[in-house]
Write a protein that binds this ligand. Structure first.
Ligand SMILES: NC(=O)c1ccc[n+]([C@@H]2O[C@H](COP(=O)([O-])OP(=O)(O)OC[C@H]3O[C@@H](n4cnc5c(N)ncnc54)[C@H](OP(=O)(O)O)[C@@H]3O)[C@@H](O)[C@H]2O)c1
Length: 239
């Protein structure tokens, strides 16, 4: 692997849901800081576009398709990462989907999709990548949750439940992996200007994907004795 410069020089950083939005911004920022950004999502074309813009900016990005809802897909992806790079230093579990409408009108398959992406998907990624970090004796796992994981979200009950679950998962796994020198932290952003679906909100007052990326890099560059385990990130003004 060619060596690069920057605070995260030659670190291998896997970002799920990196084809667009917050994940693309996180991957770009980590690459800008010297990491090899390994981008994954289900759609190859958006991954290619994100990787190209990272390369144009002088960063290194690799892509692989993976569906976080599918254990075999995640396991294959983890095996490929181990073979290609021999390590993973940073795992950002960012892939996520929303839902809208009252819970009692929600079809069960939509419930499954929200839970299987936002919660089960993170479990599958930790299950597949944590052993590599344990063997290396270090690692950084950053889960992208939401303020909806800390409060009520009418017409987004399944999404809120998945993110409340993700927060509980994050706090608990942090304790499990602490002894292995692996930090597990969670970022809870408010409304962020992406394709996520924000009907009627003022996009100019929202957080930008780069704001979330900035927090991720703060977490990934802490000193060894420091462990910021949770960041709640709000827009200054209500959108
Ligand atoms: N935007 C907000 O206001 C906001 C606020 C707080 C938290 N968040 C959280 O931030 C994260 C990113 O949100 P975003 O706004 O950037 O969303 P987005 O623009 O819709 O992007 C979501 C990304 O996740 C990928 N993805 C979806 N399902 C996947 C699956 N099964 N396997 C692998 N990749 C999958 C998508 O690519 P493919 O469809 O190609 O797979 C896409 O690259 C989510 O976890 C979301 O809950 C967002």
């Amino acid at each position: 692997m060619a060596s690069s410069s920057g605070v995260l020089a030659d670190k291998v950083a896997v970002v799920t849901g990196a084809g667009r939005g917050i994940g693309a911004a996180i991957a770009a920022k980590l690459a800008e800081m010297g990491a090899v950004a390994v981008l994954t999502a289900r759609t190859r074309t958006t991954l290619q576009a994100t990787a190209q813009s990272i390369a144009h900016a002088g960063g290194r990005a690799e892509i692989a398709e993976c569906d976080v809802m599918d254990l075999h897909s995640v396991e294959r992806f983890a095996q490929w990462v181990e073979k290609a790079f021999g390590r993973i230093d940073i795992l950002v579990n960012n892939a996520g989907i929303g839902n809208s409408g009252p819970l009692h009108t929600m079809p069960p398959d939509q419930w499954d999709a929200v839970m299987n992406t936002n919660l089960r998907g993170v479990y599958y990624c930790i299950r597949s990548f944590a052993p590599m970090m344990i063997r290396a004796g270090s690692g950084e796992i950053i889960n992208i949750s939401s303020i909806a994981g800390k409060t009520a979200l009418p017409n987004g009950a399944a999404y809120a439940a998945s993110k409340w679950g993700l927060n509980g998962l994050s706090y608990s796994v942090a304790e499990e992996l602490r002894a292995h020198n692996i930090r597990v932290s969670v970022v809870c952003p408010g409304s962020t200007n992406t394709d996520f679906g924000h009907q009627g909100k003022n996009t100019s007052k929202m957080l930008q994907p780069e704001d979330v990326a900035h927090v991720v890099t703060m977490l990934a560059t802490q000193s060894p004795q420091s462990f910021a385990s949770e960041v709640v990130l709000r827009p200054t003004q209500k959108p």
